[in-house]
Every structure is written in C-alpha cells, then in structure tokens.
Design a protein around this ligand. Structure first.
Ligand code: XMP
Length: 611
C-alpha cells in the first residue's frame, strides 16, 4: 500500500477472524483513512499513525494466546482502543485481570457510567453486541470503568464492558462496535478517531480521485497503461480513472474472452465500453482455444486457477507485442482486501490465491511495472467512486464475478470416489439427523471447498430431499453440520425424486461442458432479472458438478444465490417457489443435466464458490 501522508491515519491491528476489515470500513466512514496492520509490524510503522485500534480475535487472552505481538505500541504516545480481545489485552497490559468463562453472547445494554468523549452524543444506555468467552474482571491503577452491561432485567451487571485511562489515552470495549447490532457503533468509532485521536475528516472520495490522478501521472510518466478490462466493476472503474488521469490515447484496454465468461458477456462488455466513450484503444481477443489448451486435463482447483492466471499474462504480453504497445505499465483493478487476503496476514490461512497476486504479477509489482489505483479501497468504496465518475448504475451494481470466471464453477473429476469408507459412515448419520424433520438425504461423492474456524476445509456436500419450508431446511442443515463429521455443504434437491445413486464422472474443462454451464447460468440470471430479484441478491454462482445420477451419465447443476456484505460471510437467499419451479423445468430439460439442487449453506462452513 502506498503511504498516504496527506491524511491522518488509523492503524487497525488484525488479530484474525473477520473483525479488522469491518473496523477499517467503519473508521473510513468518518472520512479518516484506516489501514490494516499486522500485530508484528514494527514500532516505526505504528509511529506514523494518529491512533491504533486492536481488533478482536478467535484467540483467548486469558490463556495468553496470540500474545507475541509488538508490545512496544504501548510505549508510543498515540491513543489506543481495543475491542473484545484487544480490550482484554489492554486491561492486562496495564495491570488488570482477565478470566476465562465469563461469557456474553448477542445483544446487551451498555450502561454508560458518566459523560465521556467516546460516548459523545449518545444515550446513557446503548444497545451493543457481545460475543466473548473471556472477561476483564479488574483494571489497573490508571484505569476506570466507563460502562457495564446488563443482559436482561434482574441480571447482575457485567462489569468493565468499557474501560479507559484519559491520562494514558488507552481505552477498551468488550463489545463489538464494528458490528451493526451495536446500534451506535459508528458514532463510538468516529468519537475515538475524531475526539480522542484528533484526526481531521479529510479522506473523501473527492480527495481520493484528485490524489490518485496525481499518483497515476507521477508513476506512469510519459509511458502508457495497458489494462485488462474484464467488464467487472473494479477494472471498469479503474479504466475510467486511468482515462481521467492520462487521457484516452495513453490508455489501452484489452478485453480477453477466455472462454470462461457468461453467455454473450463479451459482446456486452464491448458495448459498455463503447457507451462510456472508452473505445478508442479498446482491443478484443477471443482466446478461448489458448485457455482451453492450458486447462486441458486439469482437475485440481488451484491448478486450474494457476493455469488461468498464467494464461492471462501470456495472452496479454503477446497481444501487447502484436499491437506494438511498448513500455507500458500493467494496470490492475486490484482492491484492498485482495492485497490483504493472499498470504498478507499470518493468521488467515490462504484460502484461495487471488489471480492478481500470482507470482508472475508479484515480480512485475517488484519491478514497478504495475499500477493499481484502487488498491486502497474496499468494494463499497469502489462503487461509490464509480458512481462519482458517472458510470452507469446497472454496471456498478452488477454481481461480482470471479477472475477465473466459470473456470471455478465447472467442477472436474477423475471419476474416482474420494473417501469411500467415510461416505459409508456419513450416509446413515445423515439419515439419522434428518429423520425428525421428515426429510431424507445422502452425501454426494465429490468434495468442495469450505471454511471452518478460518481454515480451509475440503469435504462432502449432503443432498436433502423432501417438502419443507426454508426455516426447517435451515434447521436441518444446522443439525447436519453439528452432528455429522466430514460435511461442509447442504443442498436441497429441486427435482421430484430423491436420486437412488450418485457416481462421480470423469470430466475435465471442455467447451461442451462450459457451454452447458453457461446455459444453466443464463437461465438462472434471467430468472432473477425477470422476477425483479437481481438487485437483492449479492452474488449467484451456478455450478456444474460431474456426478451422475441414477446411471444417466448426466450431471448435477447447483444454484447458489446468496446475501452477503463483503463476501467474508454469506447466507443462502430464499427465492420464491414459482421462480424455483420455472428454473427446475428449464434447467432439467437441458440435455446433459439430470439433477438440480439449491445450495443452502452459509459461509462459514461453506465458501461462496465451490472451489
Ligand atoms: P469464496 O468462495 O472464498 O468467495 O467465499 C468470496 C468472493 O471471492 C470471489 N472469488 C474469487 N475472485 N478470483 C477472484 O477474482 C478467485 O480465484 C476467486 N475465488 C473466489 C467469489 O466469487 C466471492 O465473491
């Protein structure tokens, strides 16, 4: 990340889990730039900030877990605020006590002991969100209790929900102000940033555009930028920004049809760039054959991702040469979480490699040959920027589409059953778990990626069959995850009868299979649009799974509409039954499809994509 010396900045120390990004987005809402930092970062790095926020963590402070972070931050004359784990660490460092087992979950009333700048403008009682095993039970000599919680009428107070030392400028909240269930969490965070740290609210989209334009001009000099324009929000907003900075003549855009796009997508992208007036140096290549060659015979998800990422670069380089574009920089629409997630943090297992952070790109970045004007922004901020730059609303609010496209939605297999023994134990356990709901079910003999306790899992889905409403299906899924090991997804069968047998099919990345998936995906997308539901759904992968049902030699199609905010967590969307009925009729009529199912899984334990 480029160091921004124009603005006051807050460091958000990422102790793992989901918290740090939420905190950073909320700080940014108060027009102050927040950056994610690692707990081991050097004191010199932390010294550059006007305030530090310590995030929550899955680790237990009471047992001294995750305690090897840079404690010299406490010697800096910079305000520090901790949430949950961070709060407990601050209490402990200054002579307080933390015990295990005093827990609170869910909503609680925070009773504020007396007026304090952290709670300026708020009531005496505030709804907050609690999620902790450990609690602070005593504070050190310079500290006071600023607030306590009461979980329900008549319950004894839970002490030290908010603590602080105005002398040391150290504060802690046991609750999570970054979660929306803490009703005035935004205000509390803004109070810290503005009233305690004294940050000025200068980090606005207007200032971002002005500064990025200057930076692009500075980095590019008299060279030009060559950008892969996928048609997604990030690269489109980046294209618009480059064109503002360099003028249309020094921006070359290349749209590659990699054969992994949605139906008719490339034609739509070309039209969109024409409408935006960015078609002067717009180039298009249909590289389907090159990509299919690189993918031939590949089955493993990470192998496929690598092949797609590398082929993009090869195609890009050879097109640049063919078009005579020399001395260019590679433009990328990389956004902030992409730079953090791929091995950027020691605590988060690298769940998937981001295609814009593959080794070949890392080398180009090191050589100063990559320019990424959105690398400081979260997706919501990219959208805000896009609207400011006048990009059409429908484009800005398109569903996110992964870089490797349908490549990660077309599952492949060598036809062998993995873990046949485990499946024999799982099958009766699934039936047992479903019996009380009047449902039946069976494990599907392929695996997909999921995420459990922030780690990658690679496990079987279970197909559930029977009539039930969404609440019962959600409850039955929960029961399966709780009681049956080796499962990370639940699916609801959308066909009339429960399949009698499943068998993996040997299947690779072929043009025919991609066309079939494209057709299923197209029907799903049209269904959402026709029912006016496209805008309500955050993303909707359609997945083709090479599992034959009842010896038909045909495949299983999965629909996965989800709600999400930042893709870190997700829940299955509940679509109306008439739409499901239309999709069932249309998709199962396609030659090559014998089964259709609806993914009911939240993230965690499933991921949004299947691989
Ligand atoms: P998961 O499957 O990890 O997805 O829950 C979270 C978000 O990331 C997208 N995704 C990718 N995007 N390259 C991308 O550019 C990838 O390899 C990739 N894998 C997942 C996914 O579509 C979702 O929005």
């Amino acid at each position: 990340m480029q160091h921004d010396l124009n603005h006051d900045r807050i460091a958000v120390v990422d102790f793992g889990g989901q918290y740090a990004h939420l905190i950073a987005t909320k700080v940014r809402r108060s027009k102050v730039l927040a950056e994610i930092r690692q707990p081991e970062d050097s004191t010199d790095i932390f010294r550059q900030y006007k305030g530090i926020i310590l995030s929550g963590s899955p680790a237990l402070s009471s047992f001294g877990e995750d305690s090897a972070y840079n404690k010299e931050i406490y010697d800096l004359d910079i305000p520090i605020l901790g949430f949950c784990f961070g709060h407990q660490e601050i209490a402990k460092h200054y002579g307080g006590a933390v015990v295990n087992g005093k827990q609170e979950w869910g909503h609680a009333d925070l009773h504020i002991n007396h007026d304090h700048p952290l709670f300026a403008g708020l009531g005496k009682v505030e709804q907050v969100w609690m999620s902790h095993f450990d609690s602070v039970t005593a504070v050190g000599p310079d500290f006071e209790e600023l607030g306590h919680t009461i979980l329900g009428a008549g319950s004894p107070p839970h002490r030290f929900a908010a603590i602080g030392s105005d002398k040391l400028r150290r504060y802690g909240f046991q609750f999570h102000p970054e979660v929306d269930d803490t009703l005035h969490g935004n205000e509390m965070i803004a109070n810290f940033v503005r009233n305690i740290c004294g940050c000025l609210p200068t980090w606005t989209m207007d200032s971002y555009v002005t500064e990025q334009i200057a930076r692009i001009r500075d980095q590019v000099g008299d060279r030009s930028v060559f950008l892969l324009a996928s048609g997604g929000v990030d690269s489109t907003v980046a294209a618009r920004l480059f064109s503002e900075a360099l003028g249309p003549d020094r921006l070359n855009l290349l749209h590659v049809d990699n054969g992994l796009m949605r139906k008719d997508e490339s034609a739509g992208v070309i039209e969109m760039f024409r409408d935006m007036g960015l078609d002067r140096n717009f180039h298009f290549i249909d590289a389907t054959d090159t990509f299919l060659e690189a993918l031939a015979g590949k089955i493993e998800p990470e192998d496929k991702r690598r092949a797609i990422g590398d082929t993009f670069i090869t195609v890009f380089e050879s097109e640049a040469k063919r078009l005579g574009i020399e001395d260019h920089l590679l433009g990328q629409g990389t956004i902030y979480p992409d730079t953090i997630e791929t091995g950027g943090t020691k605590r988060a297992d690298t769940i998937k490699t981001h295609h814009n952070r593959v080794p070949i790109i890392e080398e180009m970045i090191a050589a100063g040959k990559v320019v990424e004007p959105l690398a400081d922004l979260y997706k919501v901020e990219v959208r805000e920027l896009g609207e400011m730059l006048g990009i059409a609303h429908d484009m800005i609010w398109r569903h996110p589409f992964p870089g490797p496209g349908l490549g990660v939605r077309l599952l492949c297999s060598d036809g062998r059953i993995e873990d046949a023994d485990a499946l024999e134990t799982i099958a009766p356990a699934v039936m047992g778990a479903l019996a009380k709901y009047g449902l039946t079910g069976a494990p599907v003999p392929i695996k997909s990626v999921g995420v459990k306790a922030d780690l990658r899992s690679y496990e079987h889905p279970v197909l559930i069959h029977g009539d039930a409403d969404w609440d019962i299906l959600a409850e039955a899924s929960g029961t399966i995850f709780k009681t049956v090991d080796g499962i990370n997804r639940t699916l609801w069968n959308l066909t009339d009868t429960m399949p009698g047998s499943f068998k993996p099919l040997a299947a690779t990345m072929t043009r025919d299979r991609l066309d079939l998936l494209r057709e299923c995906d197209h029907l799903m997308m049209e269904g959402l649009r026709n029912h006016g539901l496209y805008g309500e759904i955050w993303q909707c992968p359609t997945v083709l799974v090479p599992v034959e049902i009842d010896g038909t030699g045909q495949e299983l199609c999965i629909l996965r509409p989800i709600h999400s905010e930042r893709a870190m967590t997700a829940t299955a969307a509940r679509l109306p039954h008439d739409l499901l009925e239309e999709l069932r009729a249309a998709i199962t009529a396609l030659p090559g499809i014998s089964g259709l199912a609806y993914d009911l899984t939240s993230k965690p334990p499933g991921t949004i994509e299947w691989e």
